[in-house]
Ligand binder design. Structure first.
Ligand SMILES: Cc1cc2nc3c(=O)[nH]c(=O)nc-3n(C[C@H](O)[C@H](O)[C@H](O)COP(=O)(O)O)c2cc1C
Length: 265
């Protein structure tokens, strides 16, 4: 199995130290686990320019596509992703937000349904929970099947020494993440994930080639075989969630022609 570690912080500091503890824990559980690292700061990814080409024409048209495709490929090749991200102003640093902005089109066209993530964050005293929670929602929006969170208060600027309590918390969360990863079990999606999935699926018919506002959304759902699926077919979906998702699909299908959305303009 393969784990991709993404460092979304501008340095290898407190959060990186905790992430390396996670890595050691996994190595103890699975000595043959392969690891690959991405240091976002070394990629020189320019800021998202709001050109919206990813939404309208497809992510291949992003002016920063080469950098982004490399990251996307590495995520696709991995079984699990560990995001190491410090807390700045109760949220992620600009480096990670910029990366997430470049991936935002996936809210319209999700993938990664068989990937699981672990989000690691440290804050001096307050905000690590909000930071991991924010990224959990983001990863789920991209299609990730499950996201574990490890938020910790470092009570330190640059000299974090994990307490016994932190070490134990890290061990438990890592174990859960690894056990889930190795089980290869896919979990049913949350209700909140079925809403955007089915809204964008339902609206996609109004963006097909030849329509007034054709966009990549209009081809993605057919090409991926998801146009007639309430969720990714390999992910279990209980009947009540199926009904819930389909309700949003039918609403979206009905009203999308009358809706004004940004890229119609
Ligand atoms: C720009 C900046 C913003 C920060 N914002 C917060 C914050 O909102 N809450 C907090 O408790 N600590 C905050 N801190 C402290 C760091 O989150 C904390 O020291 C963290 O452990 C540093 O992790 P790192 O070494 O991985 O960057 C901030 C530090 C910086 C440099």
């Amino acid at each position: 199995m393969k784990c991709l570690i993404i460092n979304g912080s501008p340095r290898k500091g407190n959060t990186w130290a905790l992430t390396m503890l996670v890595k050691e824990n996994i190595q103890k559980l699975a000595p043959d686990m392969e690891f690959e690292e991405i240091q976002l700061k070394d990629l020189d990814l320019p800021f998202c320019t709001d050109c919206s080409l990813c939404f309208r024409k497809g992510h291949l048209y992003c002016p920063h596509h080469e950098v982004m495709q490399n990251i996307m490929d590495k995520i696709s090749e991995a079984d699990g992703v560990i995001l190491s991200v410090t807390c700045y102003q109760f949220n992620v640093p600009a480096l990670t937000k910029n990366f997430a902005d470049h991936m935002c089109f996936m809210l319209h066209r999700p993938r990664y349904y068989n990937k699981k993530a672990l989000i690691v964050s440290t804050a001096g005293g307050y905000g690590a929970n909000g930071t991991t929670k924010y990224m959990e929602g983001t990863f789920r929006g991209w299609g990730f099947n499950k996201c574990y969170q490890l938020p910790v208060n470092s009570i330190s600027w640059n000299n974090y020494k994990p307490t016994q309590k932190d070490i134990e918390k890290c061990r438990k969360v890592t174990e859960k993440f690894y056990n889930d990863l190795s089980s290869r079990k896919l979990h049913p999606p949350k209700f909140g994930i079925l809403i955007p999935f089915n809204l964008f699926r339902g609206m996609s018919k109004d963006y097909k080639p030849g329509t007034e506002y054709e966009s990549r959304d209009g081809t993605y759902w057919d090409e991926s075989g998801l146009a007639d699926k309430t969720y990714f077919p390999l992910v279990p979906l209980p009947i009540h969630k199926r009904l819930f998702g389909n309700m949003f699909y039918f609403i979206a299908k009905k009203v999308s022609g009358k809706m004004i959305v940004t890229y119609k303009k």
